[in-house]
Design a protein around this ligand. Structure first.
Ligand code: RIB
Ligand code: CA
Length: 309
């Protein structure tokens, strides 16, 4: 039985690949897409989400716009990584065929959770602003778990000790972790195992479809900024790791640990403090991803792109 999920995202090159995986993999059923500001403005992230679904022929999946700003802090976008469009690489000039939903992300999230016959998983691959607002509204029915690409058990990538999705909105991440909803964190410590090597790009090239060629252009741009900014020989494809965890938990090994989010630190706001060694005595409150089955991960993604034609 396919796992029903909603993907809350900030496309973003890796979000785009996470969307394709969620659309095509038979182990999950993508019910809705919601967008949040992060990699780019929410305007651009929403347009990009519509673009990805249009390229994938997924016109049956609604796309709803979410938060334009973090809960309390000023938005900081990652145009240095994802470009002026947020999905630089191939140039599109036409309007995506998939429209923007007339509902807000909050309305769509709430409606899907209320009406779906079985519990729904929310996969979040951006800041947790929309998810925090959802959990703050009223008791949320039918929410199975939240699986987040964000944080890190090690160092950060936008601040020395803070990863981008956590650093954009630490207050939202803190509220979501404190909510008690089952929570899985797929942080940089595991997503840096998902490197888009030349061999992976060659696998996309061998698919030979227009969509696969777009993916190659996205990965080529993403590789260029990761090389220039971080000195990576190959870019880490962060966000599909969270989707892969839902597709088959064996692909992303997790451990239970205590997780708290730093919101007060002058130098550490957004740090995801994971007590892997039990130093604090605080009870485990999250699943923490620690290891990726690269072979299974990449075969699922390549199969998804090939399946979408
Ligand atoms: O730090 C990486 C995360 O921040 C990814 O989700 C990327 O898309 C950006 O949102
Ligand atoms: Ca993202």
């Amino acid at each position: 039985m396919a796992v029903p999920l909603i993907l809350d995202c900030d496309p973003g090159h890796d979000d785009a690949m996470a969307l394709l995986l969620a659309i095509a993999d038979p182990a999950v059923d993508l019910l809705a897409v919601t967008t949040v500001a992060g990699n780019q403005t929410v305007d651009k992230c929403t347009l990009n989400a519509r673009r990805v679904l249009s390229l994938a022929g997924a016109s049956h999946i609604p796309v709803a716009r979410g938060a334009a700003q973090p809960l309390v802090r000023r938005l900081r976008i990652a145009d240095d990584v994802h470009g002026q469009t947020g999905l630089d690489g191939p140039l599109f000039t036409d309007e995506p065929s998939v429209p923007e939903s007339p509902y807000s992300a909050h309305e769509l999230l709430t409606d899907v959770l209320r009406t779906h016959p079985t519990p729904v998983t929310v996969v979040a691959t951006g800041a947790l602003t929309n998810v925090a607002a959802l959990l703050a509204s009223e008791p949320v029915p039918n929410l199975a778990e939240i699986v987040w690409m964000g944080g890190s058990t090690d160092r950060g990538n936008i601040q020395p000790l803070a990863e981008a999705n956590a650093a954009v909105d630490p207050e939202a991440a803190d509220q979501v972790v404190r909510s008690g909803v089952p929570f899985t964190m797929c942080g940089l410590n595991v997503t840096h195992q998902a490197l888009v090597t030349d061999e992976i790009v060659a696998q996309f090239e061998r698919i030979g479809t227009p969509l696969a060629r777009v993916c190659v252009e996205w990965m080529t741009f993403f590789a260029s900024t990761y090389r220039d900014l971080f000195g990576f020989a190959a870019p880490p494809l962060h966000d599909p790791v969270a989707v892969a965890r839902v597709i088959d938990p064996a692909i992303v090994r997790c451990v239970e640990a205590n997780l708290v989010i730093e919101t007060q630190g002058e130098w550490t706001a957004g740090a995801t403090v994971v007590d892997l060694d039990g130093y604090t005595g605080r009870p485990a409150n999250a699943r923490i991803a620690v290891e990726l089955d690269r072979g299974a991960f990449w075969s699922r993604i390549v199969a998804a792109v090939a399946a979408l034609g």
